[in-house]
Design a protein around this ligand. Structure first.
Ligand SMILES: Nc1ncnc2c1ncn2[C@@H]1O[C@H](COP(=O)(O)OP(=O)(O)O)[C@@H](O)[C@H]1O
Ligand SMILES: O=C(CO)[C@H](O)[C@H](O)COP(=O)(O)O
Length: 481
């Protein structure tokens, strides 16, 4: 792998944004004031830069990132300094298709609703778009129409039926050797399908959403493709995977943020994007959150405290071990080592509303350890730091006090996080020396203090906690290509 400066590094020290979304559409007030006297961004910064930073009238361009997380989706619209000019989020509408949720319909509707939330006067100035999605969320689609051939298999679903076949072809403890891997989901479908093999294509959630905008089917990125078996070190699918009959459905792979194609004409016309608006390859949600945090040195880590707990540690050395759910994503000449636990906000949401979380957290003394020892899971099954699809949640005994109960849960999740970072060190990754937090849990200061005590490390909320911001940085990178 060639050593080079990560294309995003030059943006990672951008000025923190002036504005944060509050669940509805927000537009940077400062931007409103200058809206009437649109000055080319270069008026205060010298000559307009080449590329997609000003349009033909010399007016500033913007970069759009969308994050499709577990419980909802968000967008962030930034300028080339990283200032946020608009952002919004939406919960997923839920439609049933027989017994199961029609996720394809929900995600597609959410995508175009969010694009319509972008202020109409800013859309012609959007130079590029990128999207992150949940990792290993697998879609098998018709290779001509892009229509799903079966229901999407979500990031935390497991197909243990395929595990023996996958373990028989992959190297020992390879990232794909876990039931929740994309490859296990593909093999499970391949073994169960009798009529669509010749017309199938595999895509990840982010790939499929991006295809809706650019229209070129069969393209993914090397972060999303890690769990189907793509090797980011050799930049290729390994021979043991290409030798399989189902290798024909695998997508071609580009780097995250790579320009793929301009927005399709029908989408462009309907939404008012410019002819040169380019759609760029995406990444996974926890990597987008890492990019948003702008952590650039080995030893820096980002814990995404969303519905799940995903940790990402910037490491000089690569570590992969499916026995513990540990794998390494590529980030230029370094590795993002980590894993994703099923613990996290989804359990909290089963027990408390966000308002209750806030009020109960105020009653917690974070300097006092909780004696309650739980393993908070929303359902049976864990991916990391224990890869056990049959692990049971442990959330009892429940004390009379809800704040004590929450304290025990937050502390127990912190212990899982600490176990995860300790495991990465044991397996040879660069030792973590600072943790930034992204996701919904980042706003809980008491939890941050509990985590600092349990981890024994400085823990802070990233300047940007939304993965959508990281996706916007990818769009900014793509606009420069
Ligand atoms: N004050 C809080 N303390 C801890 N967790 C919180 C708080 N507010 C919200 N959350 C959790 O944040 C999660 C949502 O975070 P988010 O990053 O949007 O998740 P995702 O992107 O995975 O859907 C919810 O599961 C919720 O329980
Ligand atoms: O748990 C998740 C849902 O939010 C993450 O998408 C995912 O598991 C993290 O995977 P990766 O490390 O490949 O980004």
């Amino acid at each position: 792998m060639q050593a080079s400066i990560h294309p995003l590094t030059c943006y990672l020290s951008l000025n923190p944004p002036t504005h944060k979304g509050n669940g509805s559409l927000t537009v940077n007030k400062a931007f409103r004031r200058t809206r009437k006297i649109h000055r080319p961004i270069s008026s205060s910064m010298g000559i307009p830069e080449k590329g997609r930073h000003v349009n033909s009238d010399g007016i500033e361009r913007f970069y759009l990132g969308l994050d499709f997380g577990t419980s909802g989706a968000r967008y962030a619209l930034i300028d080339k300094q990283g200032q946020i000019h608009a952002e919004a989020k939406r919960e997923y509408p839920l439609y049933l298709n027989g017994e199961s949720v029609d996720w394809g319909r929900s995600w597609k509707e959410t995508l175009f609703s969010l694009l319509e939330d972008v202020p109409i006067y800013l859309r012609p100035l959007v130079a590029s778009i990128s999207i992150d999605g949940t990792s290993a969320t697998t879609m098998i689609v018709n290779s001509s129409t892009g229509e799903p051939l079966c229901r999407p298999l979500l990031y935390n679903e497991s197909c243990p039926d395929a595990l023996p076949a996958v373990k028989s072809i992959a190297p020992p403890n390879h990232t794909v050797c876990t039931g929740s891997s994309t490859l296990c989901k593909l093999v499970s479908w391949w073994n169960s399908d009798s009529e669509n093999k010749d017309s199938a294509a595999l895509l990840h959630q982010a790939d499929w959403l991006l295809w809706l905008l650019h229209g070129k089917l069969g393209i993914s990125d090397y972060n999303n493709a890690l769990k189907v078996g793509f090797d980011p070190e050799t930049d290729a699918y390994p021979p043991w995977l290409l030798a399989q009959p189902y290798s024909s459905v695998l997508p071609s792979i580009v780097a995250p943020g790579s320009a793929i194609a301009n927005v399709k004409e029908d989408v462009r016309q309907n939404l008012g994007f410019s002819e040169d608006c380019v759609v760029c390859a995406g990444t996974t949600d926890s990597i987008a959150a890492f990019l948003a945090a702008r952590a650039t040195e080995p030893g820096k880590a980002v814990t995404s405290l969303g519905s799940t707990l995903a940790i990402k540690l910037l490491s000089k050395s690569r570590v992969d071990d499916a026995r513990f759910g540990v794998y390494s994503h590529r980030l230029d000449d370094k590795w993002l080592v980590g894993g994703a636990s099923n613990t996290g906000g989804a359990v909290l949401r089963q027990l408390f509303t966000d308002v209750q979380l806030q009020k109960l957290s105020e009653q917690i003394n974070p300097s006092l350890p909780s004696s309650l020892d739980y393993y908070p899971l929303p359902a049976i099954g864990e991916r990391f730091p224990v890869a056990d699809p049959n692990m049971n949640p442990r959330l009892h005994p429940r004390p009379d006090s809800d704040s004590d109960y929450l304290h025990g849960i937050l502390e127990s999740i912190a212990r899982i996080e600490a176990k995860g970072y300790g495991l990465l060190k044991e397996l040879g990754a660069t030792e973590a020396d600072e943790v930034f937090t992204a996701g919904g849990g980042a706003k809980n200061d008491k939890w941050t203090k509990i985590r600092e005590r349990v981890l024994g490390l400085p823990v802070s909320s990233a300047a940007q906690t939304e993965a959508a911001y990281g996706a916007a940085l990818l769009a900014l990178k793509g606009a420069r290509q």
